[in-house]
Design a protein around this ligand. Structure first.
Ligand SMILES: *Cc1c(COP(=O)(O)O)cnc(C)c1O
Length: 358
């Protein structure tokens, strides 16, 4: 069956069984299929990855005035839910070995603060240095939330990212490795907490015949139609990872030798999903030169995420570390990584990029 073939079957099933409105079989099945895929005990299907981070923070007991450690080099959706909970982010630098949270900077942050939770992110499908980060969190008995929104299909030492912490978050937004057009998943081995998240996410409706609420509620549940798309997409995840890896290796082979080019780090303990192929530039060609040259040919590329401590909204919060995240932001570029590209498309991109060195 084609890449897009399974989704319609599950959506049709939802229509046939009159389960169009929220919840139903696809939601239950998508939860258990994703939990099986990553090796987690339980999962809650939610309306977005952002909602899943919000629910993870709430489940971890983060509330008003609490501190949460968060990587500075990430998408703002990692940090926004900290503010939703009226908590206070402290941003942590990255390291060059992983591009993710620096264990050294994390240790330094613990010398200064006692946070209620730590969020770690696996950027671009690269895994953070989990052994060291878990060791630090355990030493301080602080719950760990993994933002694995970009790393579905990524393994650290043969275990799936998102399953190391107390909570793991996945996203199925339009730009992610698999997509439901919009959606997210919270996973955990704590089934009781996941049940609680499902309750909060459906308006905290008490089990009574009338509409009764003893807690603040949220409308964060995934619909049965969206979950049908997710079930179909999950079937093509491995295929997508293979193609993403092919794209990365193509670029690395063709561009890796250019002066000043360094590709994102692939550590021996990490089997990434290669969501985006990224590299840094230290020579005379700058990321903007590549972005502009590609744009002329109608090809989209992107800069690395702009660190949170450099964002107008977040710069008032404390930041622990040096200039690694800043340097990655200034020198980094994400090359076009769409799995629909063929060798001809890739060859064309490579020629445009190489042209800047001539
Ligand atoms: C996409 C993304 C999110 C948010 O997921 P949504 O489903 O878009 O809400 C969170 N964190 C990171 C790192 C992401 O890339």
């Amino acid at each position: 069956m084609s890449d897009e073939g399974y989704e319609m079957q599950y959506i049709q099933e939802a229509f046939d069984t009159n389960w169009i409105a929220p919840l139903g079989k696809n939601v239950d099945e998508f939860e258990s299929e994703l939990a099986d895929k990553v090796g987690s005990k339980a999962a809650a299907a939610l309306s977005s990855g952002t909602a899943a981070i919000h629910m993870a923070l709430k489940a971890a007991g983060v509330g008003k005035g609490d501190l949460v450690f968060c990587p500075t080099l990430t998408f703002s959706a990692t940090a926004n839910p900290i503010i939703y909970q009226n908590a206070i982010p402290v941003f942590i630098d990255s390291d060059y070995e992983t591009w993710n949270m620096s264990p050294e900077a994390l240790e330094k942050a613990f010398e200064k603060y006692s946070p209620k939770a730590v969020i770690v992110v696996h950027l671009y499908g690269l895994s953070a240095d989990m052994d060291r980060i878990i060791q630090i969190c355990n030493k301080h008995s602080v719950p760990l939330i993994e933002d694995a929104a970009e790393s579905l299909g990524t393994y650290y030492k043969e275990k799936h990212t998102g399953t190391f912490g107390d909570y793991g978050v996945f996203s199925f937004n339009g730009n992610k490795i698999i997509t439901t057009s919009g959606g997210g998943m919270l996973v955990s081995d704590n089934e009781e907490r996941i049940a609680k998240v499902r309750f909060w996410a459906t308006q905290s409706r008490d089990p009574a015949r009338h509409y009764q609420h003893s807690e603040l509620g949220f409308n964060y549940r995934m619909s049965n139609i969206v979950a049908g798309i997710g079930r179909g997409q999950l079937k093509v995840l491995d295929q997508r990872v293979k193609k993403k890896k092919y794209i990365f290796e193509f670029y690395k082979r063709e561009l890796g030798g250019l002066d000043g080019v360094e590709f994102m780090p692939i550590n021996e303990w990490n089997e990434p999903n290669y969501w985006l192929s990224c590299m840094t530039l230290s020579g005379k060609v700058k990321p903007l030169d590549i972005m502009e040259a590609l744009e002329i040919e109608n090809v989209e590329s992107r800069p690395i995420w702009k660190p949170m401590h450099m964002q107008p909204f977040f710069e008032k919060y404390d930041y622990i570390g040096g200039d690694v995240a800043e340097k990655l932001f200034e020198s980094g570029i994400c090359l076009p990584s769409d799995t629909k590209m063929n060798d001809e498309d890739l060859g064309r991109i490579v020629e445009i990029v190489k042209g800047l060195w001539r």
